[in-house]
Design a protein around this ligand. Structure first.
Ligand code: NAD
Ligand code: DAU
Length: 361
């Protein structure tokens, strides 16, 4: 049996592949374009492991997908591949429409053609798990109930609009063609191998280098944080027992404002990697210009996946964030390797536009 994973060299995909192969011998074919966010070093522990095949390729390449389905004959697709960073989508939305919308369409079509050639049993057993985000639901006011699966879509950024479009395609391919699609909408993940353009790794990496910790606006925007291993466990349950045609929201039931996250990271670093002069890393916190159209609050109601599939997060925020800081401290060579010229160019573009002159680069 084989799983086809897309985007399995990125943050969540690589955590999924590593976790899965530590628990199962099922073969994984990992299709990843290896963009700036895809890093084969995340999968270094699998070198020489015949259960894992990494293929550099594009989900927009229909001929490649047709060949892959024909030769690998996967029993399921786990579709992680995407452009995933909101700030980059504001600077350059085109890549998001291409990969997230056209790429998902191309993958759905390839899966549909492949499944049509299967016998009844294989067709029924096949799964297409479309990994999506809570950002498709838009922004919550204080006190509003958390997003459940029937919440209206109100995407506000080019990223979330492109993911919303991909969700609609995935839903339609189930409804119209009977492709056994399951959609998951998850909250903010954190943990090992997250590229340091996202809030938590960026703050750790900058704090260790003594650089400014750029907080957008007042820093009181709220996100619902989930340890990446818990997201992977949820996806494994969905693959195993999720109902085709169903949406499952996944979240940590752990809402926190950004400023609190940054102070927590500073306190952990003060303890685990104190500065030479013993001053707190919190002195580096710098408020910068806000993200345009910044969503104020996300919160996820994960009641359906808990009730139907028995999934609950295993990690608390206290345990998960400590593990995460420890991972970045123990893997500074990984961090140094991803901070290429292209990374520095991005940091300069994003933070100089927010009034931080070279301070975050
Ligand atoms: P990531 O940016 O770290 O990784 C994305 C991966 O997709 C990279 O390996 C990249 O090389 C690959 N990729 C990009 N374009 C491709 C293409 N055209 N063809 C093949 N591969 C391509 O993203 P992530 O944070 O791991 O997110 C994975 C998925 O989970 C995304 O679909 C994202 O929308 C969703 N998600 C992320 C979060 C989060 O907090 N990070 C939360 C909820 C949902
Ligand atoms: O909610 C799920 C989504 O979470 C995923 O779909 C996205 O792929 C993922 O990137 C993430 O989106 P966010 O925009 O919430 O994540 P990010 O880490 O970019 O930002 C988290 C919050 O921190 C957000 O309110 C913006 C703020 N922020 C971010 C950066 C990079 C800062 O204040 N300063 C920063 O430098």
């Amino acid at each position: 049996m084989t799983l086809l994973v897309t985007g399995g060299a990125g943050f969540i995909g690589s955590n999924f592949v590593l976790d899965r192969l530590s628990r199962s011998d099922e073969r994984i074919v990992n299709l990843d374009l290896l963009t700036y966010a895809g890093n084969p070093a995340n999968l270094a522990a699998l070198a020489g492991d015949e259960r894992h095949v990494l293929i550099k390729g594009d989900i927009c390449d229909a001929a490649l997908l047709e060949r892959l389905f024909a030769t690998e004959r996967p029993r399921a697709v786990l579709h992680f591949a995407a452009e995933s960073h909101v700030d980059r989508s504001i600077h350059g939305p085109g890549a998001f429409i291409r990969t997230n919308v056209d790429g998902t369409y191309t993958l759905l079509e390839a899966a549909r053609a492949y499944v049509a050639g299967q016998d009844d049993a294989a067709r029924t057993a096949f799964r297409f798990v479309h990994v999506s985000t809570d950002e498709v639901y838009g922004s919550l006011s204080p006190g509003e109930p958390a997003f459940n699966e029937t919440r209206r879509y109100e995407p506000n950024s080019p990223y979330s609009a492109s993911k919303a479009a991909s969700d609609h395609l995935a839903r339609a391919w189930h409804h119209t063609y009977g492709l056994p699609v399951i959609i998951t909408n998850c909250s903010n993940n954190y943990g090992p191998y997250q590229f340091p353009e996202k809030l938590i790794p960026l703050m750790i990496v900058n704090a260790l280098a003594g650089r400014a910790l750029p907080v957008y606006g007042d820093g009181m925007q709220v996100r619902d944080w989930l340890y990446v291993g818990d997201h992977c466990a949820a996806l494994a349950r969905v693959l195993e027992a999720g109902r085709p045609g169903t949406v499952y929201n996944i979240g940590g039931c752990n809402e926190k404002p950004n400023l609190e996250i940054v102070h927590t990271l500073c306190a952990l670093l003060d303890e685990m990697a104190p500065r030479a002069d013993r001053s707190s890393h919190a002195q580096l916190i710098t408020h910068v210009a806000d993200r345009p159209g910044h969503d104020r609050r996300y919160a996820v109601d994960a009641g359906r996946i808990a009730a139907e599939l028995g999934w609950q997060p295993a990690e608390t925020f206290t345990s998960g964030i400590r593990k995460t800081v420890a991972w970045y401290l123990d893997n500074q060579a990984w961090v140094a390797a991803v901070q290429s010229g292209a990374y520095r160019d991005w940091v300069a573009t994003n933070y100089e536009a927010r009034g931080l002159n070279g301070g975050a680069a």
